[in-house]
Ligand binder design. Structure first.
Ligand code: HEM
Length: 582
């Protein structure tokens, strides 16, 4: 208030000329300071010279002014500057790492690791970006450790596998019925010309986003989401109504869009820059609405749990797990000070704000990732009929040509080639193509000592395609995951993820050219994706149910894959239709 009054007084008593001169001085000072910091920085690495305010962002346009995504930008800088270089986000430097050897420290699975932090600073607390939830949580040895443990436990329970599979099956059936109603499933005599011209309806990402919304809503809250249902109603011209799940999902999407503003602009600019202030206000209002809605749901469930007799089983979803943590309903109550790797975590009941943050992280983490990966799988299978034939062989051998038998967890275990396809697509077209880590103490990376809080950008898009780790790295070849023998001796001990995969070897480990951490689909270390098991269950089930029954055709097989890439890579358009498999 005082600042505003002073500004008002100043503006009233000065001429336009004075303001212009003052403004020019500030800008010149800013530019001078910016380049002073740039030219006196420690460990000067190669990289494009940054511009004030926009940093290296001007390189996101080609010489012909074609905009490019983050993935393409990093690829071109990698080939120009090598495996370690720097780029600037505004006035903040990021050291870009493109070789798996640098991941050994970044992905270390120990609480002693110096690379657990994802972001710098303590700005954005009002938007839940400091000590709330899991993804953005920077309070590493405090609330992150606790939330991360409860979040992972909720997702990794074997009981959830069974439900996740059953819910995926039900949702694929709903998806099929939507595709039937909109005419996406055709036979030879029934090619609906009108439909083919309607890109909205035949665009696969539009369906998959709603599918994964509904799925993660059910996993997180326990009730069915309505995104698919209201989308089909809309397309069929029926009344679409606003359900609780839909408004939460929409509001979560808006919340996710807002994160960028809180990360890019410091608090004083957010609060006092006129146009920005309005945008920020809207994002904060939306967050308040979302927190309110989620708190209502939490309280409803809490009272439902309180009314449930102790010997009666509770629902099997993340929300219930969060609410009962260390309460009388928790069979581990009081028994544990649990171990998180080698550090102790005191388990306590979860606060409502923490539950809200965790639910939002589940919604954000569990939708675009799985949805877009499925679209990329469809694209790759359409372009590699030989791989599709092998997939069909595996599916048919397990289901004996039965196109409707319910999938079991044992079937999922046996779908090894299907899993290899998912991994190989992720290797070539990673959904999370770059990731961020910060060092908590001074440390040596790439032969330089980096001061604490240096930002490292791990460019997974390059790391997963190194010729030291993979034979013909740019070739789509799921066999490299299928026929792959783990060599303990060469790797000096293996680390297995929850899927039973050795995370630390590339295909060429047998020949001695092993490269640690060359497959980074789910990141690595203590911050590795906690939703990985769920994602693989969903994807295997989806791929199997679709491909055992249908031929998936792309409307234009020659069209290049249309992607948009920031830190995650999404499929913009993939026009498709289905035919019943003969
Ligand atoms: C194909 C699907 C998915 C992919 C490719 C993927 C990938 C990733 C990657 C690369 C990270 C960063 C890990 C790191 O920093 O080392 C991550 C983190 C995370 N993912 Fe996923 N993910 C997927 C599905 C999911 C699902 C289904 C959920 C939720 C149920 C989820 C929730 C999260 C959360 C909460 C984090 C932050 C973990 C932390 O900071 O401690 N993800 N994911």
């Amino acid at each position: 208030m005082l600042l505003l009054s002073l500004t008002f007084l100043f503006l009233k008593s000065t001429s336009f000329y004075d303001i212009f001169v003052l403004f020019t001085i500030i800008i010149v000072f800013y530019i001078f300071r910016f380049y002073y910091v740039y030219y006196t920085r420690p460990n000067k690495l190669p990289g494009p010279i940054p511009l004030p305010i926009i940093g290296s962002k001007y390189r996101m346009f080609t010489k012909n002014f074609r905009p490019i995504g983050m993935d393409e930008l990093l690829k071109s800088l990698n080939s120009q500057y090598g495996d370690i270089f720097e780029i600037w986000f505004g006035s903040e430097r990021a050291v870009v790492l493109c070789h798996p050897k640098y991941m050994i420290k970044m992905h270390q699975t120990s609480t002693k690791s110096k690379y657990i932090k994802r972001f710098s600073g303590s700005d954005g607390k009002d938007y839940g970006l400091v000590d709330s939830g899991v993804f953005n949580n920077n309070d590493i040895h405090g609330s992150w450790k606790f939330n991360r443990m409860v979040f992972s436990n909720a997702l990794m329970r074997p009981k959830l596998d069974r439900d996740a599979l059953q819910w995926t099956v039900e949702l694929v059936e709903e998806l099929e019925s939507c595709w039937n109603r909109t005419g996406i499933i055709i036979d030879d005599n029934n090619v609906n010309k009108e439909l083919i011209d309607n890109n909205e309806i035949i665009n696969l990402p539009n369906w998959m986003r709603r599918f994964t919304y509904d799925m993660i809503y059910r996993i997180a809250i326990g009730n069915k989401g309505d995104a698919l249902k209201s989308y089909i109603n809309n397309l069929c011209g029926l009344n679409s109504y606003e359900t609780e799940s839909n408004s939460i999902i929409k509001s979560t999407q808006t919340y996710a869009d807002g994160i960028m503003y809180f990360r890019l602009f410091p608090e004083y600019i957010r609060n006092y820059f006129p146009y920005l202030r309005g945008i920020i206000r809207r994002y904060l209002d939306n967050k308040m609405y979302l927190d309110g809605k989620l708190t209502e749901i939490i309280e409803r469930r809490r009272s439902e749990i309180e009314k449930t007799p102790l010997d009666e089983e509770l629902r099997n979803d993340m929300l219930t797990s969060f609410i009962i943590t260390n309460t009388d309903r928790d069979m581990h109550k009081g028994k544990y000070v649990e171990k998180f790797e080698e550090e102790e975590v005191v388990i306590r009941p979860m606060k409502n704000e923490e539950i809200c943050g965790n639910l939002m992280d589940a919604f954000i983490g569990g939708t675009d990732t799985t949805a877009n990966l499925f679209c990329f799988i469809v694209y790759y299978l359409a372009h590699h009929p030989e791989v599709l034939a092998c997939l069909r062989q595996e599916i048919d051998s397990i289901f004996q040509d039965d196109k409707t038998r319910k999938i079991t967890l044992k079937d999922l275990d046996n779908l090894k080639y299907c899993e290899s396809i998912i991994k190989e697509v992720s290797r070539l077209q990673p959904i999370v193509s770059s990731n961020i880590r910060l060092n908590s103490e001074d440390d040596d990376i790439g032969g330089y000592i980096w001061p604490a809080n240096t930002m490292f950008l791990l460019f997974y898009g390059a790391i997963s395609k190194r010729s030291e780790a993979w034979n013909e790295p740019l070739k789509f070849n799921p066999d490299r995951f299928y026929n792959y023998i783990i060599n303990d001796k060469i790797n000096g001990g293996n680390e297995y993820d929850d899927l039973g995969n050795n995370k630390n070897v590339g295909e060429r480990s047998e020949s001695g050219d092993d490269i640690k951490n060359s497959f980074v689909m789910f990141g690595g270390g203590l911050r590795m994706c906690p939703g990985r098991k769920l994602a693989i269950i969903e994807l295997k089930c989806l791929v199997t149910m679709i491909y055992r029954k249908y031929d998936v055709e792309l409307i234009d097989i020659n069209a290049p894959l249309k992607i948009k890439s920031t830190f995650i890579t999404t499929c913009d358009e993939l026009l498709f239709r289905l035919k019943l498999r003969k």
